[in-house]
Design a protein around this ligand. Structure first.
Ligand SMILES: [Zn+2]
Length: 305
């Protein structure tokens, strides 16, 4: 089992902190926060009680101002399970994100990643939902929350953009060093989201997983997604299953990305889209995860939560 490194808290711009948890693999997400005199805005929380309490301690080491607002970038548990540990905060999310959080029990991943010590957590769904854009004012800084129009990483993705600091919290629209993951979203939607991010021209991107970066990582993510689409077209034309395509694929430059088994799940989404499924339409996630387990050699997926 991989042993994850120590989390780091870095002030990437005045009052804006990135909390990066190595190695950025399954369930090991990034968060971040903006500090002002009248409140702290946190972008996402963490997967387990232990990791979230450690994150809260990292905030408390910087400021004694309370977390007033939590921005949920999307519904996945590594970004939302710790919501319950910030009881005074208002939680904001995309309109389509709320219901998925409310119906996703803690511990959803036990059958896939093996026993995870989640700690004492309860599901807390976002209280304030939106589409389009909402601005959060903290001190003299504005945090623009942009809800993506269509499914991308999931059916309800949000990015947090701080123009005065040129920092973008991208959630899992950006994996830096990890394999993109779109079975619950859309490949064309993910490609469109990358263009939306590029148009904002952020100096700094805090990705959902992996080290802090800039827009230079976007091309590689787009290339991966287009490669998955090509593989799916060829495989489907040849009568192959997503797992057969994934097994025979030459990963090339993408072999260096963490969690390469995600290719099988991504191909499930690409096949569904070739079959005419609308963006974000439900697919058989059990089959997708089953193929990822197979591609990984069987047994639980690697995870060091
Ligand atoms: Zn995610």
């Amino acid at each position: 089992m991989t042993v994850a490194g120590e989390p780091t808290t870095t002030e990437v711009a005045d009052g804006v902190f990135a909390y990066v948890q190595p190695d950025g693999s399954w369930w090991i997400n990034n968060t971040g926060f903006l500090v002002a005199d009248d409140g702290v805005v946190s972008i996402d929380t963490c997967a387990t009680e232990r990791r979230t309490r450690r994150y809260a301690a990292a905030i408390a080491a910087v400021t004694d101002v309370a977390v007033r607002t939590i921005v949920v970038t999307h519904h996945h548990g590594d970004h939302t399970n710790g919501n319950c540990l910030f009881p005074g905060a208002t939680i904001l999310a995309h309109e389509r994100c709320r219901e998925v959080v409310a119906n996703s029990p803690i511990g959803f991943g036990d059958a896939i990643w093996g026993g995870i010590d989640w700690g004492d957590l309860t599901v807390v769904a976002p209280q304030l939902t939106f589409t389009g854009r909402v601005d959060v004012h903290v001190g003299d800084v504005v945090v623009e929350l942009h809800a993506l129009d269509g499914p991308a990483h999931t059916v309800g993705d949000v990015v947090a953009w701080i123009p005065q600091r040129s920092v973008l919290f991208a959630g899992d629209l950006v994996f830096n060093g990890g394999t993109p993951f779109v079975p619950m979203g859309s490949i064309p939607g993910s490609l469109a989201a990358l263009e939306q991010i590029r148009a904002l021209a952020p100096a700094t991107i805090v990705p959902g997983h992996g080290p802090v970066c800039g827009v230079e990582v976007l091309d590689g993510i787009a290339e991966y997604l287009r490669w998955v689409q090509r593989l799916a077209e060829e495989g489907r034309a040849g009568g192959l299953t997503p797992l057969e395509v994934a097994r025979s694929a030459d990963l090339g430059p993408f072999a260096e990305l963490l969690d390469p088994e995600r290719l099988a799940g991504n191909l499930h989404r690409a096949y569904a889209e070739l079959d005419g499924a609308p963006p974000g339409a439900p697919i058989d996630l059990l089959a997708a995860f089953g193929d990822m387990l197979e591609l990984n050699g069987g047994g639980p997926l690697p995870c060091c939560v």
